[in-house]
Design a protein around this ligand. Structure first.
Ligand code: NDP
Length: 476
């Protein structure tokens, strides 16, 4: 018997992806460095479809139909290189190696180039949705050649999440495009979670409410414009009681957020491309800050009880203010994320369709939300949109939310409740719409201390003022 596709690397993600393929009728070859995992998969789930287990890489490759398609689902970094190096000599021209791990897009570009020299397709593919997604339908973001997608597309589109009959999978673009888009997706996920966490913190402080009461607020929000997986699970987590102590679960969890690094990659890439993704950056730094236990302890000691007690006068109005501020901040974070994707696409010549990207995030992935339909519509209507903020629905929503946004950020500052992502999103919005920015002064200072020159508002050209001498202006 032969398999349509193979999966090597059968930890949680690979195992579930293989089961998803088998459940959808694809005969799937399965392999793992330690054969126990392969045996375990077949023993526990062998009845879900056709699995072709192999204990050596050679047997695994031999069981595949041509052109062979091999999904690599191992720990990102060195392990991916090790597995790819083992695979390459066993494959023939036209075969496809799909890396579904969380690789950095630069590594994917390097691997794609190396395998192309062997006549092989290397397809860096972003997979979102965690282990449940892998099993029941993830959002899939394949890069690599258009030719490889002719083989992979029908398989991936079948196993992906489906929304309104549309699969949450499409060819993103060549070489590292898929992993780049997955990286920005994760960055947006950081921003989304930070904004939700700030909203929770503000509501808790302002209302003096318990987590279970806040769960009801989030549940209510989930039936409106904020409807999303993350808001849904926020309600779920806030309503959960710790069995051991009887306390609200969120109160027994240590307040130190960890990260695997995709937020950091997103910010690093945005710095390289010159794209201000302030929401994602604040979210990434907020996680870092939470981890600096010694500094936090020292600061708590030095500045005790700085926050005034805060009780809002009109709780319903306050909840609505926070909801609108959250929505407006979220629009900023997504606008920035899509700017980042567009910049990456231009830099690397990937031709990424922004509306199409929003389409495949509507299901399967962690940031799945009703909101993504709006983004899809906005870019479909106007692919050259300068920023998502000016698309009609987004502009109206932000406009409606501005007074709430300002009240929430100002009240939080007065009460001493940190809301970095809310505040910086508002600052971004105000900077973007400002008639004049103090960047003019920065240019003047740069010319003063370093002769870095400036342009004028009233004349073409580049100028320098002779600051140390007679202050005459020269055209350079
Ligand atoms: P892990 O990242 O924990 O990796 C474990 C797997 O890698 C095992 O199959 C292991 O084999 C294999 N492996 C490690 N080193 C080597 C090596 N040198 N040679 C061969 N195989 C090796 O597994 P996950 O399932 O959690 O994730 C797989 C990939 O998917 C990762 O890149 C991850 O970043 C990505 N991902 C994970 C998500 C998640 O929610 N967990 C979501 C989306 C993507 P062995 O059993 O022999 O040790």
């Amino acid at each position: 018997a032969t398999a349509r596709i193979g999966v090597t690397g059968l930890a949680v993600m690979g195992r579930n992806l293989a089961r998803n393929l088998a459940r959808n009728g694809f005969a799937v070859a399965v392999h793992n460095r330690s054969p126990e995992r392969t045996r375990g998969l077949v023993a526990e789930h062998g009845d879900e479809g056709t699995f072709l287990p192999a204990e050596s890489m050679a047997d695994f490759v031999a069981s595949l139909e041509r052109p062979r398609a091999v999904i690599v689902m191992v720990k990102a970094g060195g392990p991916t290189d090790a597995v790819v190096d083992e695979l390459v000599p066993l494959l023939d021209a036209g075969d496809i190696v799909v890396d579904c791990g969380n690789a950095h897009f630069a590594d994917t570009r390097r691997r794609e180039e190396a395998l192309r020299a062997h006549g092989l397709h290397f397809v860096g593919t972003g997979v979102s949705g965690g282990e449940e997604g892998a099993l029941r339908g993830p959002s899939i973001m394949p890069g690599g050649s258009a030719e490889s997608y002719r083989t992979l597309g029908p398989i991936f589109e079948r196993i992906a999440a489906q929304v309104d009959g549309v699969p949450c999978c499409r060819h993103i673009g060549p070489d590292g495009a898929g992993h780049f888009v997955k990286m920005v997706h994760n960055g947006i996920e950081y921003a989304d979670m930070q904004l939700i966490a700030e909203a929770y913190d503000l509501l808790r402080a302002g209302l003096g409410a318990q987590p279970a009461q806040l769960a009801e607020i989030f549940r209510g929000w989930n039936s409106g414009e904020l409807e999303s997986f993350l808001i849904e699970i926020t309600a779920d987590v806030l309503a959960h009681t710790d069995a051991a102590t009887g306390r609200a679960f969120v109160d027994v969890v240590l307040d130190r957020a960890e990260q695997k690094g995709t937020g950091r990659w997103t910010v690093q890439s945005a710095l390289d491309l010159g794209i201000p993704i302030t929401g994602i950056a604040e979210a990434t730094f907020a996680r870092s800050l939470s981890g600096h236990a010694d500094q936090r302890e020292a600061a708590r000691g030095a500045f005790p009880d700085m926050g005034a007690t805060w009780r809002v006068e009109d709780p319903d109005a306050f909840v609505e203010d926070v909801r609108r501020a959250l929505l407006a901040s979220k629009i900023v974070a997504y606008a920035q994320g899509f700017d980042h994707i567009r910049a990456g696409s231009r830099e690397y010549d990937w031709g990424i369709d922004l509306g199409g990207t929003a389409t495949i995030w509507r299901g399967g992935c962690i940031i799945r939300a009703r909101f993504l339909d709006r983004i899809r519509q906005a870019y479909d209507e106007r692919p050259d949109l300068p920023t998502l903020l000016v698309a009609p629905w987004f502009a109206d929503t932000v406009n409606d939310g501005v007074p709430s946004w300002r009240r929430v950020v100002a009240d939080a500052a007065r009460a001493g409740v940190p809301a970095p992502a809310f505040a910086s999103s508002l600052a971004y919005f105000d900077a973007l719409r400002a008639q004049r920015l103090p960047a003019a002064l920065i240019q003047a200072l740069r010319d003063n201390f370093g002769a870095h020159t400036y342009q004028r508002v009233d004349r073409e050209g580049t100028f320098h003022t002779r600051w140390p001498t007679d202050r005459t202006e020269t055209r350079t």
